[in-house]
Design a binder for this molecule. Structure first.
Ligand SMILES: [Fe+2]
Ligand SMILES: [Fe+2]
Length: 245
């Protein structure tokens, strides 16, 4: 390994949680990671760089099982949310997936990606929200969609939901309201609301077998967690099996 590659390797490993040998090599991965961090750092919270790194790892895990193109998946995962701050600034008028694809075209050209690879990567980024008629059509796009959604459920999903609730000033939990009649970005925009409105439906949207398997497992954990939260919220004592007394 050249000293430049060793530097990139160190940067990749110390910057985040990337695992294993990167499919695009250390140098290119280091460059993409640095670009991705630059855009996602400003976002912070639920969509900071660590989200990108987890999605990257999950996408490669599913990609290996399905013999997908890992080079395409790696670049797409690292760049998939770089348009998010534009969406926030425009208060939702700009779609971060479409914007991210547009921004990525310039980045990928600058890094020497072939036109064929660019189209594959841009499709994954553009379709990762599965909205506005942008449906994931390729195997890699389906895998990125699953990896991104998986990061919003399970223990990570719960953590991210509370982080978001804190960012909008919502309360911890409220059993006394019908959360489906409350609005987003309000004091009632709790993690439990996020679970009922959005997160509990994710397991049925997965597009790959491994995505479905992981989502079912993560969903089960979320259900258990919110049942327990419901019991503890009124200060009810719990026995060691988690049953309220
Ligand atoms: Fe996204
Ligand atoms: Fe994402």
């Amino acid at each position: 390994m050249s000293s430049a590659n060793a530097d990139y390797r160190q940067a990749c490993l110390s910057a985040g949680q990337l695992q294993g040998e990167p499919p695009l090599g250390w140098e290119l991965t280091g460059k993409l990671l640095a670009i991705s961090h630059e855009y996602c750092q400003a976002e912070g919270g639920c969509h900071g760089p660590d989200h990108t790194e987890r999605v990257h790892n999950l996408a490669l895990h599913i990609g290996r099982l399905m013999n997908a193109r890992l080079d395409i998946l790696s670049a797409a995962a690292l760049l998939h949310d770089i348009g998010r701050s534009q969406e926030m600034l425009s208060q939702g008028k700009i779609c971060h997936a479409a914007k991210g694809a547009e921004m990525s075209r310039t980045i990928l050209t600058g890094l020497g990606f072939s036109p064929e690879m660019q189209e594959e990567i841009l499709h994954c980024i553009e379709a990762h929200r599965y909205r506005n008629n942008k449906v994931p059509e390729t195997l890699e796009a389906k895998i990125l969609f699953d990896a991104d959604k998986l990061d919003s459920i399970g223990a990570i999903g719960i953590g991210r939901a509370f982080l978001f609730a804190g960012q909008v000033g919502a309360r911890l939990h409220n059993r006394g309201v019908d959360v489906l009649k409350t609005s987003s970005y309000s004091v009632e925009d709790t993690a439990y609301r996020e679970f009922l409105v959005k997160l509990c439906k994710i397991k049925d949207k997965m597009l790959t077998p491994e995505g479905k398997r992981l989502a079912a497992e993560r969903h089960e954990f979320m259900e258990l967690f919110f049942k327990r939260l419901d019991k503890e919220i009124h200060g009810t004592p719990q026995d060691s099996a988690g049953n309220g007394q």
